[in-house]
Unconditional design. Structure first.
Length: 378
């Protein structure tokens, strides 16, 4: 769940937003779309100008340029606010591309200046038909392989969340604190899949900022706040029950979801965006400071998506695979310096220099990952 606040450490000069990786800053115009190129999206703090509001089915590329003063996001929604694709952390003056596979149907585009609210929306129509990417046998196997990974993680998510909820309802603060980051590990590994179902994600993973957007503060982070601020969870039974019910629902939906290979490529990048925008900064786990658990899980989830795509990438872009292997290893080595027993040090115990080092290796990994979607869409 995206934060409603700007990247605190980035504003202080400690972090370079991961969204900068592999992007240009120039404008694009409607001529690109007319020629079959990317559909230009000009995002400002008060508008979302999409150069075309219709296209043909298949892989669609949007080039999102932030001409405003606030960090923004861009989404493609299907019916029921199902997220077909998104690009996060588009900082002012920067362009980001989003590739998404869209069958015929009606959709909505949305820019979210400040990364809050329902966004500035517009209608978007896709007509005609196109062979899905999974007609390619290697890409079909990549999607199937990653789906098996999702199933393994959702099973563990349900088990560990059940244990966590039982500890909360029993009033066992120590046990609940110990289980909290473990349960969230499985959520963080598959977060891009969970976020497809936009109505459930904020109920489960919304931080306290959701109150500003008119939503109720529930889920993991509501219980986290009580555990680490007052230690009083006597009234959290109903919140825990609701969390478990919502997790069961999202597990069922995630396991039934048919993922496009572009979901894997985009998801791998989104997980790194999550690291930069909330894990390194301490935004995510602001009460427990267990952010490095989430950091590690996000990187593991990103690596799993790339692993599923590896045979295709190896055939089409072997040099990119070598770079990805190197940068994943660099992230894992750097993060590994902050282990504590079977877990991780609290985020607030790291120095600014250590946080900057983590930011640098994440950005170095984000650059080659930002090129994966284009390789998959060939």
């Amino acid at each position: 769940m995206r934060s409603t606040r700007f990247l605190v450490l980035a504003a202080a000069g400690l972090l370079a937003p991961v969204g900068l990786a592999g992007c240009g800053g120039g404008d694009s115009d409607g001529a690109d779309a007319a020629a079959g190129g990317p559909i230009a999206v000009k995002a400002t703090d008060s508008s979302c100008e999409v150069a075309r509001t219709d296209t043909t089915a298949g892989t669609v590329t949007f080039k999102v340029t932030n001409s405003g003063a606030k960090v923004t996001e861009f989404y493609i929604y299907a019916t029921g606010d199902r997220i077909m694709g998104e690009v996060e952390n588009v900082v002012p003056g920067v362009s980001r591309e989003l590739r998404v596979e869209l069958p015929a149907g009606t959709y909505q585009t949305a820019c979210k200046p400040g990364m809050i609210g329902n966004g500035i929306r517009g209608a978007f129509k896709v007509s005609g038909s196109a062979a899905p990417l999974t007609d390619n046998a290697a890409l079909a196997e990549a999607s199937a392989s990653y789906q098996r990974y999702v199933q393994s993680q959702t099973g563990a998510l349900l088990d560990k969340t059940t244990e966590f909820v039982n500890a909360v309802k029993a009033g066992d603060v120590a046990k609940a604190k110990a289980l909290y980051p473990v349960a969230r590990t499985y959520w963080e590994r598959i977060e891009p899949v969970a976020e497809i179902f936009g109505d459930l994600d904020p109920k489960i993973d919304g931080r306290e900022d959701v109150i500003e957007e008119g939503m109720e503060f529930t889920g993991y982070h509501r219980i986290e706040k009580d555990l680490w601020t007052t230690g009083n969870i006597a009234a959290d039974g109903p919140i825990a029950d609701r969390l478990l019910a919502d997790v069961k629902e999202i597990v069922a939906k995630a396991n039934a979801e048919k993922l496009s290979p572009l979901n894997l490529a985009n998801g791998a990048k989104e997980l790194l965006d999550e690291v930069a925008s909330s894990k390194i900064t301490g935004e995510e786990e602001r009460y427990s400071h267990t952010d490095l658990w989430d950091f590690s899980a996000n990187v593991e989830g990103s690596k799993a998506a790339i692993a599923a795509l590896r045979p295709v990438l190896q055939e089409r872009a072997p040099d990119l695979v070598k770079q990805l292997d190197t940068e994943f290893a660099n992230v894992e080595t750097t993060l590994g310096r902050h282990r504590a027993g079977d877990g991780w040090k609290p985020q607030n115990q790291l120095t600014p220099a250590e946080l900057k080092e983590l930011s640098d290796v994440v950005n170095a990994l984000a650059e080659p990952i930002s090129r994966v979607a284009a390789v998959v869409a060939k």
